[in-house]
Design a binder for this molecule. Structure first.
Ligand SMILES: [Fe+2]
Ligand SMILES: [Fe+2]
Length: 174
């Protein structure tokens, strides 16, 4: 999605209304997918990292800081039309930070966790992440604490409100 957004960047002032609408839809999809992705990590993935890795707290705290930064950018982006002068700037900022975050998880966290978990534990964790994604919030919620407890109680309420808003506005549909 990041590459797709990068490749389809439009020049401010030179885009048609149709291009701007498409651009906004794509950005919305990014916000939805990213919000779900990080919410389920916060509920299950980072707690597993803290539990199973000796430097788990440090790894999780760094990653959660990156995720918070990402949410703040996406929360601003979500409020803007693609024709807004800030839109492409925020999107580019998110793409850069998002890549850095993905790289951090894939090169610092995954290899260590892969060694620390048994095959069964890894499978259980994967199952929880998959299942939680179905009810996860579709908006960034930068002001909700990223603690697993808070997310498991406040998360579903926020998620239900997000989905109601999505349905009313046809957000996330083609
Ligand atoms: Fe993450
Ligand atoms: Fe991730």
């Amino acid at each position: 999605m990041l590459t797709q957004l990068e490749m389809s960047a439009v020049r401010q002032g030179a885009a048609t209304d149709d291009q701007l609408t498409q651009r906004k839809k794509l950005a919305e999809q990014l916000v939805i997918e990213e919000s779900r992705h990080e919410a389920v990590e916060e509920m299950y993935f980072w707690p597993a990292v803290r539990q199973h890795l000796p430097n788990g707290d440090e790894l999780a705290d760094t990653a959660l800081g990156q995720e918070q930064e990402g949410k703040e950018v996406l929360a601003k982006l979500d409020k803007l039309d693609a024709g807004d002068p800030e839109f492409e700037k925020l999107l580019a900022e998110f793409i850069r930070a998002g890549r850095e975050h993905i790289d951090y998880e894939e090169s610092h966290v995954w290899p260590a966790l892969r060694v620390a978990l048994t095959a069964q534990q890894a499978q259980e964790l994967g199952g929880k992440l998959e299942a939680a994604k179905k009810t996860a919030p579709t908006r960034p919620h930068p002001h909700t604490p990223a603690s697993p407890g808070a997310l498991k109680t406040a998360g579903p309420v926020a998620a239900a409100a997000d989905k109601a808003r999505d349905a009313m506005t046809n957000r996330g549909t083609d």
